[in-house]
Design a protein around this ligand. Structure first.
Ligand code: ZN
Length: 283
């Protein structure tokens, strides 16, 4: 089967001169040897599906989720769609889109970083010279497969070119019709090496609260390890998270409870993956 080469285009990175076939994974480094990485444990990407096939948005979101689900202390967030076609532009906005690239390049990741290794901007482009699909159609490249690979560069894992690496997402070649939508153990080891393994534990205090019918405000303390990300989301319209809707490490969530015009009610707020329960008396 004909193969097309991915080219990792580097805006400010020198390509590695030697890649051992024995390496399980490879990471980007500065000329001084520092690992290039986000200095937070999350990166938000915007998607421009213009020029892409039906289902391209879901496919890119799936690719982000696959890396997020890996047992490592890093997550991608979907920020929404964008009409921007900026690629390799230093605008501090990470964009996945479709556009023109040199023939032979299926996808390209252009990223910027500081000399200390801090990754600050990463843009992914899929080459519209080629046909794209989201259903594994023969003759087309699979959006999710290529997005998953290019997002690996956004982490900043590097290409692997040994035949022994062919089952890995970070293998630098892809074929039309090929589906590779899940991570190899070595891909997982790579993200865990860069960002640390998962293993964040979260505690919330208190775990419940009672309010009179008139409602009121309250707060919940979150205890989490440094760099461990969390969110707070109300599951009921009458409970509003007013502060600390997201955080990293220790933090505080504040919320308000509306007046109750009906009977006794119980609602919840999901905080750092834990359930905080609010009970409110009847009117
Ligand atoms: Zn690549």
């Amino acid at each position: 089967m004909k193969r097309k080469t991915f080219v990792l285009t580097v805006v400010v990175v020198l390509l590695l001169s030697s890649i051992s076939s024995l390496e399980a994974y490879d990471v980007c480094r500065t000329s001084g040897g520092a690992v290039i990485k986000w200095f937070t444990n999350n990166a938000t990407f915007y998607v421009n599906t213009s020029g892409g096939p039906s289902g391209a948005l879901t496919a890119t979101q799936n690719a982000m989720q696959t890396w997020t689900n890996a047992p490592a202390n890093f997550s991608f967030s979907y920020g929404g769609t964008t009409t921007s076609t900026a690629h390799g532009i230093y605008d501090l906005t990470n964009i996945i889109g479709f556009g023109s690239l040199p023939v032979g390049t299926v996808g390209q990741n252009a990223f910027w970083y500081y000399s200390n290794g801090q990754l600050i901007d990463s843009d992914i482009r899929l080459n519209t010279y080629y046909s794209w699909a989201t259903n594994g159609a023969a003759g087309s490249f699979d959006v999710e497969t290529v997005a998953l690979h290019e997002l690996g560069h956004s982490l900043c894992l590097s290409d692997l070119y040994s035949a022994a690496d062919s089952a890995k997402v970070m293998y630098g070649y892809v074929s039309t019709g090929q589906l590779k939508r899940s991570l190899h153990l070595d891909d997982i080891d790579g993200i865990a090496f860069i960002y640390g393994p998962s293993g964040c534990t979260y505690f919330i205090t208190p775990i419940n609260a009672n309010f009179s019918a008139s409602g009121g405000v309250g707060s919940v303390a979150v205890t989490a390890g440094a760099g461990c990300e969390w969110t707070a989301v109300s599951n009921n319209a009458w409970i509003t998270v007013t502060g600390g809707s997201s955080g990293s490490g220790n933090g505080t969530v504040t919320y308000s409870v509306s007046a109750n015009t009906g009977g006794l009610r119980t609602g919840t707020v999901t905080i750092a993956g834990q359930t905080f329960t609010v009970t409110q008396e009847a009117r």
